[in-house]
Design a protein around this ligand. Structure first.
Ligand code: TXA
Ligand code: MG
Length: 331
């Protein structure tokens, strides 16, 4: 696959010819990177095992890490799953289309390669826009992880995906910067207690309120060097190439190092400490990955991220910062 085509599209009203071209690539078993409201996805026909295998190859992704299946409407979910419980209906009615992935026992429609051989499948309906037009035009569910190489930062702009996947993907639909900016909340409904496997823009409190029952968070990400217990559990999973460190919120900032070049990113109300400042969880989600991609291209000696405060509204951002960094040696 020598060439990657890039088509620029309007994010809300993409040119039907571009969508038709991308849908033809999907139907023919090829790979298309496309914007969702969260991050860019690397999509293939979810019902075609050979096409899905190409996703793993292009990303360098371990075959043990399952993919999310993207559908155009809630009514298409029951075909992907073995059973559609009331809890799923309640959550889908409330949060779809949107950044919430529901993990449920899978149906026979979904091949092994998508679920990494597990008995469950993750499904979600992305917000209206390029992703939904593409799924509708392709006429089938689209399996898509984030459109980055396996250990890199998720893409929120087309060039992030191109940088990682040029020559590895047939087509990239460039719909500009994504609006949410971090990956969807992944909620496992296949066990007794609904469990958030990956925090995202849809919060524990929102899910719990919609269900009228308590919802758990899977215990925190693993530290470096520990083996992953399950999907999404790798500690360093979204790291930039530049060494990136984190300091706990409230720790003293190390004094400037006059020899090495670095940039400090801070979160929260107080702009004092950062060269870059992401003031609230929504703008931090929108800008975090773009900031990391941009700074990673500068050839700095290191990046320093000050952890956001330990508050529920910062949970998803704290999760992503933790995964992208190691603790500051003296912090
Ligand atoms: O926002 C998103 O979720 C983006 C866009 C493209 O939709 N996709 C995305 O995919 O972030 P990916 O593959 O980078 O992350 C999917 C996460 C992984 O941590 C994976 O392990 C988990 O969801 N996952 C998928 N299917 C699962 C399943 N059946 N059981 C448990 N975890 C699952
Ligand atoms: Mg990913």
């Amino acid at each position: 696959m020598p060439l990657t085509r890039v088509l620029v599209v309007d994010p809300e009203r993409p040119d039907p010819a571009a969508i038709a071209e991308a849908a033809a690539v999907i139907r023919a078993g090829g790979l298309v990177a496309f914007p969702t409201e969260t991050v860019y996805g690397l999509g293939a026909d979810a019902t075609n095992p050979e096409a899905v295998a190409r996703i793993f190859e292009a990303k360098g992704r371990p075959a043990t890490n399952p993919l999310i299946v993207h559908i155009a409407r809630k009514e298409d979910a029951p075909a992907c799953v073995a059973a559609w419980p009331d809890s799923a209906e309640a959550l889908a009615s409330r949060f779809w289309p949107g950044p919430l992935t529901l993990v449920l026992p899978r149906s026979g429609l979904i091949p092994d390669v998508v679920t990494a051989g597990q008995g469950t499948v993750g499904v979600r309906v992305p917000r209206p826009g390029v992703a939904r037009w593409l799924i509708l035009e392709a006429g089938r569910p689209i399996a898509a992880p984030s459109a980055n190489r396996s250990t890199g930062i998720s893409p929120t702009e087309a060039w992030h995906a191109l940088k990682d996947l040029e020559g590895r993907v047939d087509l990239i639909l460039d719909g500009g910067r994504t609006s949410v900016g971090i990956e969807s909340t992944v909620l496992d409904l296949s066990n007794e207690v609904p469990t958030i496997l990956r925090p995202g823009a849809v919060t524990q409190a929102q899910v719990s309120e919609a269900l009228g029952e308590p919802v758990e968070h899977l215990a925190g990400v693993l530290e470096l060097g520990q083996a992953a217990r399950g999907p999404g559990q790798m500690a360093i999973h979204y790291a930039p190439r530049t060494p990136a460190f984190r300091l706990d919120w409230g720790s003293p900032i190390p004094s400037p190092d006059l020899v090495r070049t670095s940039v400090t990113i801070a979160f929260g109300e107080d702009p004092d400490d950062g060269d870059r400042w992401l003031p609230d969880p929504e703008s931090a989600a929108r800008d975090l990955y773009a900031t990391l991609h941009e700074l990673d291209a500068l050839g700095l000696d290191f990046l320093l991220l000050i952890m956001p405060p330990d508050e529920p509204r910062w949970r998803a951002i704290r999760d992503r910062v933790r995964r992208a960094t190691r603790p500051w040696p003296d912090g």
